[in-house]
Ligand binder design. Structure first.
Ligand code: DAH
Length: 347
């Protein structure tokens, strides 16, 4: 098809086809051009005026154009037909759209850690028990052999819920500053043998910094029976720390002081990061302090009306945030409460 007029015609046809936005208009274009009275037919009719040689050349060119236009029209009609099938009415429900996804919630890493510790002690025969978050000064202090006016009470300072001027009771209401008061509730409610762990929230007047929060979590442990010794305390905690931090974990007991235990010990584990070699996490010592413990003070047993001549027990208490920070490698305790949801979704 060399004739320039035919080339122009083909362009015109192509443009008209492209402008047809649905099957009906494309059909109309097709019949306007290729129909019995269409524009290409008219070209054929004009052939009669030409010489036989010219006729041959022109005739072939016109025929080529016709074939090309027919093929283009078919393609366009097919494309419009399949488009039409996809274009649903505006109010149709598109079942192929992805659904609205619901973000699954998960337990906070602190509660995951607490569950894990609770389960480790469950395997050692310790049942979970709970104490109230609102306590009286008796349970938070006196019953644990902490005189209220004694410096030993200071680390356990908390918020009081009543007005001392108005309170006419021999005790005050407060938010518990450790889980140890639960020991007394349990010893009052049941008699030995006792083997419990008490997970829960505790409150202190500490301002928030990298290692303190005014609201945090502890897990208390208590075992009371005939003949319970410091060796039992060491054995139980050594196993529990291996379960918690890994089979190679060593434990170390350092003499310490708590009013409600005698003797008392601070418990360290071999550094979870450097395995005892010394690093910045353990300040080069190879050890990390994880909990307080000791043999239940005879006075505490007496307050609970358990005969200290017959029974003995051990107790321990650990900060759940501290354990979680060590296990998860979180450098600042405040991340647990003010971080982006993506931070928490790591676990
Ligand atoms: N209640 C103590 C605290 O919050 C931790 C503690 C130490 C608990 C020794 C115990 C214990 O049961 O025996 O610092």
């Amino acid at each position: 098809m060399s004739d320039p007029d035919l080339t122009a015609l083909q362009s015109e046809f192509t443009a008209a086809l492209a402008a047809a936005k649905d099957g009906a208009s494309a059909d109309r274009v097709k019949s306007d051009w290729l129909g019995r009275t269409g524009r290409l037919r008219k070209l054929t009719e004009e052939l009669g005026k030409l010489s036989p040689d010219q006729k041959k050349i022109r005739g072939k060119a016109i025929n080529d154009l016709k074939l090309a236009c027919e093929a283009a029209a078919e393609d366009r009609l097919k494309a419009l037909a399949s488009n039409g099938a996809k274009a649903a009415p505006a109010d149709a429900i598109d079942v192929t759209l992805p659904g609205t996804s619901t973000k699954l919630g998960r337990r906070h890493p602190i509660y995951q850690t607490m569950d894990e510790i609770r389960e480790i002690f469950a395997k050692l025969g310790f049942e979970a028990a709970y104490g109230p978050e609102i306590e009286t000064s008796y349970y938070n202090f006196e019953a644990l052999n902490i005189p209220l006016d004694h410096p030993a009470a200071e680390p356990f300072d908390t918020w009081y819920l009543d007005d001392p001027e108005v309170a006419s009771r021999p005790y005050r209401f407060l938010l518990r500053s450790h889980t140890s008061p639960a020991q007394m509730h349990i010893m009052e409610a049941r008699k030995p043998p006792i083997r419990v762990v008490v997970p829960g929230k505790v409150f202190r007047t500490d301002p928030a910094d990298a290692s303190h929060l005014p609201v945090f979590h502890q897990l208390e442990g208590l075992m009371v029976d005939e003949g319970v010794s410091f060796a039992d305390l060491k054995g139980v905690l050594a196993i529990a720390m291996k379960e918690l931090f890994g089979a190679k974990t060593e434990t170390r007991f350092r003499p310490s002081y708590f009013p409600f235990t005698e003797p008392s010990a601070e418990v360290d584990v071999s550094c979870v990061l450097c395995a005892g070699a010394g690093c910045s996490a353990c300040k080069g010592s190879g050890w990390i302090e994880v909990l307080g413990s000791g043999m239940v003070h005879p006075k505490v047993l007496e307050y609970a009306k358990i005969d200290p001549e017959k029974y003995s027990g051990f107790a321990f208490g650990m900060g759940v945030e501290r354990i979680a920070m060590l296990k998860l490698g979180v450098p600042d305790i405040r991340h647990f409460i003010r971080s982006h949801p993506l931070f928490l979704r790591q676990w």
